[in-house]
Design a protein around this ligand. Structure first.
Ligand code: HPA
Ligand code: MG
Length: 177
């Protein structure tokens, strides 16, 4: 099925039913890996909101959930760019942290998020992402433990992911054509 968003054409890539199936399996993995622990799921906004909602329905262990946004601002020294996690209201020190991402593309954002989370000294850190573009990755990560789907280096939209701010509300995932 083809759709248009902001004058750009997209075609269906992953149906919601397929996503739900995959999330049931990831849920099982998480329930086993974090049994008898109380992990903190840290969702990176805006893209993760739909994924996080469906994922957490498959997580049956005791856990906490929070959402953060990565913001960038110029430091006191003008040449200095400071990246900060906004909205983190849980102390991650000594906690088992699972970062939840909609997509890992170049990995630049994830790198900043990981560096920021590590400053809080969690006892463990893992990343759970719905989508991963292996060919676009520009960093090596040891933390990426749960991946919904590996996809080609194509622009995708839907299920939380946007094109020019639009399309986040689509239930299925579409790729640009
Ligand atoms: N789609 C939407 N948002 C994104 C993408 C993409 O393919 N890659 C990084 N952010
Ligand atoms: Mg975006």
């Amino acid at each position: 099925m083809k759709i248009q968003i902001d004058h750009k054409d997209f075609e269906l890539m992953i149906e919601h039913e397929q996503v739900k199936k995959r999330l049931r399996l990831i849920g099982i993995q998480l329930n086993v890996a974090y049994e008898r622990r109380v992990p903190v799921f840290v969702g990176i906004l805006n893209g993760c909101f739909m994924f996080m909602a469906d994922l957490m329905k498959q997580v049956h262990i005791s856990s906490e959930v929070c959402f953060v946004k990565m913001t960038s601002y110029s430091g006191v020294n003008r040449s200095e760019q400071v990246d900060e996690l906004m909205g983190l209201n849980i102390d991650l020190k000594g906690r088992d942290v699972i970062i939840v991402e909609d997509i890992i593309d170049s990995g630049n954002t994830l790198k900043k998020v990981i560096n920021s989370v590590k400053k809080s000294e969690p006892s463990s850190l893992a990343v759970c992402t719905l989508l991963l573009k292996p060919d676009a990755l520009q960093h090596d990560f040891d933390e990426i433990a749960y991946v919904g789907f590996e996809i080609e280096n194509q622009f995708v939209v839907g299920y939380g992911l946007d094109y020019n701010g639009l399309g986040r509300n689509l239930k299925d995932i579409y790729k640009a054509i």
